[in-house]
Design a protein around this ligand. Structure first.
Ligand SMILES: CC(C)(COP(=O)(O)OP(=O)(O)OC[C@H]1O[C@@H](n2cnc3c(N)ncnc32)[C@H](O)[C@@H]1OP(=O)(O)O)[C@@H](O)C(=O)NCCC(=O)NCCS
Length: 201
């Protein structure tokens, strides 16, 4: 991309430019089809604090790309970048790289964040070229699903009640299914079919 072409690009906060809402909805739904109502509601949630939708536009008021910054409650010095998309006809022209760098600048300089996380299935090379490295899964839903060490069940639980006294001799009901986990070297990690990546900004 030539430098004069970059000069014509802007990265804007979607909630400051609601005139792009409908086109942004179409751009994203063209890649990941979803109910228009649900998509519009998600985009209308964009605000100065997170979540924030950033859009890439040109001087002709076309929308070329989008990405969304979402909070990670368990890692407050970071955020999650998701729904990264460039208009189908314009891919491979470094617009995605430009949008990602601007999003990182915004996270660092405006939101004062230190790290950004993302997950992907298939775009690992694109993000690796931007400096992202693979990490363990993170959750945007509040808990801290970082690995924990499995302790051997060697200790006795004090004041434990014999099972037979609770169940009147009947066998206890089966336990609920285990969460989706991998056990590697005695560590439990969240199981995911996506690759999680992060970058210090
Ligand atoms: C992924 C996406 C945002 C990249 O945007 P883009 O403008 O096409 O990417 P760029 O032109 O900035 O590419 C930068 C580099 O990444 C590489 N790259 C881009 N997409 C790639 C892919 N799918 N696989 C491997 N490498 C890729 C490019 O070859 C380029 O490498 P180079 O610098 O050696 O030439 C865009 O292809 C897209 O919208 N894809 C569909 C939606 C999607 O999958 N989003 C990601 C969700 S995790």
């Amino acid at each position: 991309m030539e430098s004069q072409e970059i000069d014509k690009l802007s990265v804007l906060l979607l909630h400051h430019h609601p005139e792009f809402l409908r086109a942004c909805c179409d751009l994203i739904n063209d890649e990941w089809p979803r109910s228009e109502t649900a998509r519009m509601m998600s985009l209308q949630a964009s605000c100065d604090t997170l979540p924030t939708s950033l859009i890439l536009t040109n001087d002709k008021k076309d929308i070329l790309g989008h990405c969304k910054l979402t909070p990670i409650p368990a890692i407050p010095e970071s955020c999650f970048i998701e729904t990264v998309v460039i208009s189908k006809q314009l891919r491979g022209k470094k617009l995605g790289s430009h949008l990602m760098r601007k999003a990182e600048d915004y996270c660092k300089n405006v939101l004062n964040l230190e790290k950004v996380y993302l997950s992907t299935k298939g775009q690992e090379n694109f993000y690796a070229k931007l400096g992202y490295i693979i990490c363990e899964p993170v959750s945007i839903y509040g808990c801290k699903p970082i690995s924990f060490k499995l302790e051997p069940a060697s200790h006795k639980i004090e004041n434990s009640v014999p099972v037979s006294s609770i169940t009147n001799g009947m066998p206890p009901p089966p336990p609920p299914p285990m969460p989706m986990t991998n056990v590697n070297n005695n560590y439990v990690t969240m199981k995911s079919n996506k690759t999680y990546m992060f970058k210090y900004i």
